[in-house]
Design a protein around this ligand. Structure first.
Ligand code: HEM
Length: 442
């Protein structure tokens, strides 16, 4: 076993600037004075989970900026205000984006206080100037050369998984057969994790969704915290192994950068990037792959149009990201007193950016509640964020969705959704996609 215990001792000062990767709030904050208050909307409630869009639109029409009592966040619903938040990182910090939504049970906190549970904020939740320093190295990892190499791998795996699915009896469960394994295999190979660990890592990552964006029971929190600790230890062990055995994967590239200058990329930053990326890189893509089918298969004319002309696929993916995004919210916190949409917000206000509302705003998108693969401004959505933290994996996510659809329209043009199936979404405020999806073919 590789020794990881002595590696952190000689860490550079940059690590001292970073907050913990997850910092649970100690309390739910009250409404800012003068801010309209909504006492009934629950972003984890059944009706919102089932169909957030009419509710999000009604909330926007009622008050574009309001305080939601249920979660203790100020909710921002309009595209222009969301973009103001994203493009002013000095006023709206991203430090809370990986934090649990609600205070944690003391037993879960205790688990995460293990002395070796020390991932630090590195990308989505790191402030400037460190974020920009780190992003130079992470952006380099998503070079066109690597994406091209990954596209070949993605196509091979997509072909294999679709063939395997079609060789079984129709119907099949698409999440298990395709949408779950494909993005995981791609991002884990990108990072460098060995294939034999795929299901283990995937299991650990899925739980993060509940931990940071849901409302797990105290017992669940403890179980998830235990697994997060296990996962962090796995990431440390993996990084330590890579330190001694480099290949051409992303982890090796980060370690080379760290070796070149410890003050430019610290060892713990490398470990923490690996910890964060393995989650960011697959769960939203699993959802995107399902959501494309949820949107396309019932609208037969649009599916048939893609089968006849696959060059329409990229815009169909953008339209899915707008109409039924795999990410319908994100968060920020104010660093100073400010005003947004005419509402005064004191420093420390927690902000909930409601993409489900903005992506269907009628003054931006004609007939916003219609799904249309030919929509000229489909890519105007906010699903990858904007500004300095703009999603690093957006090119990879879109490539995977395109390759998945190209494979399906070629090999399974008769694909259908099984009628009257129960579609359930994992209860959380951000990530949206069905937990299972039955598809059939002739
Ligand atoms: C459909 C799939 C995806 C969606 C909807 C999505 C969405 C987002 C959003 C909303 C943000 C926050 C932007 C902000 O704060 O301004 C983000 C950041 C990020 N995403 Fe994605 N993402 C997806 C796939 C991926 C993939 C495949 C990867 C990597 C393999 C990835 C890696 C990241 C990283 C590293 C950040 C932080 C960037 C930074 O802070 O500089 N994402 N993503």
């Amino acid at each position: 076993m590789t020794n990881t215990s002595d590696i952190h001792e000689a860490e550079p000062a940059v690590d001292a600037n970073a907050g913990d990767y997850h910092q649970a709030p100690d309390q739910i904050l009250g409404a800012p004075p003068g801010c309209p208050v909504n006492h009934s909307w629950d972003p984890l409630g059944q009706s919102y989970m089932a169909d957030p869009y009419p509710i999000a639109a009604a909330l926007r029409e009622d008050h574009p900026v309001f305080y939601a009592n249920e979660v203790g966040y100020v909710v921002v619903t309009k595209m222009a205000d969301i973009e103001t938040v994203f493009t002013n990182p000095d006023v709206y910090a991203s430090s809370n984006v990986q934090d649990p939504l609600y205070p944690l049970d003391p037993r879960a906190t205790e688990v995460l206080q293990a002395p070796d549970f020390d991932p630090i904020a590195v990308m989505s939740n790191r402030a400037e100037p460190d974020h920009a320093r780190i992003r130079v190295y992470t952006r380099a990892g998503f070079s066109n050369r690597r994406l091209k190499g990954l596209e070949g791998y993605a196509r091979d795996r997509a072909n294999f998984l679709v063939d395997q699915m079609l060789a079984t009896d129709s119907p099949a469960e698409y999440v298990k057969a395709f949408a779950f394994p494909l993005p995981a295999e791609i991002v884990f190979r990108f990072i460098g994790f060995p294939p034999e660990d795929d299901s283990l890592i995937k299991g650990w990552c899925v739980e993060r969704k509940t931990f940071s964006w849901g409302k797990p029971t105290p017992d669940r929190q403890v179980a998830i915290a235990d697994h997060m600790l296990e996962y962090w230890r796995y990431c440390r062990e993996f990084t330590a192994n890579r330190r001694d055995n480099r290949t051409d994967d992303f982890a090796s590239e980060l370690l080379d950068a760290h070796d070149a200058d410890n003050n430019e990329l610290s060892y713990r930053e490398v470990e923490s990037i690996i910890y964060g990326l393995s989650f960011a890189g697959h769960d939203p893509v699993t959802n995107l792959l399902c959501n494309t089918l949820l949107c396309l298969l019932p609208r037969r004319d649009q599916w048939d149009a893609l089968c006849a002309d696959p060059s329409l696929i990229p815009n169909a993916v953008e339209e899915t990201l707008r109409y039924e995004s795999s990410q319908i919210a994100w968060r920020r916190v104010t660093t100073q007193d400010t005003t947004l949409g005419g509402i005064d917000l004191p420093a420390g206000t927690r902000i909930f950016l409601n993409f489900a509302s903005a992506n269907r705003q009628p003054d931006l998108f004609e007939s916003p509640n219609e799904f249309d693969i030919h929509r000229p401004n489909a890519g105007r959505h906010i699903s990858f964020g904007k500004g300095i933290h703009y999603c690093l994996g957006q090119g990879l996510a879109k490539m995977e969705a395109r390759v998945a659809l190209e494979t399906l329209v070629e090999k399974a043009p008769t694909l259908h959704l099984v009628e009257d199936q129960d579609l359930t979404v994992f209860p959380n405020i951000t990530f949206r996609g069905p937990e299972s999806l039955l598809v059939s073919w002739e």
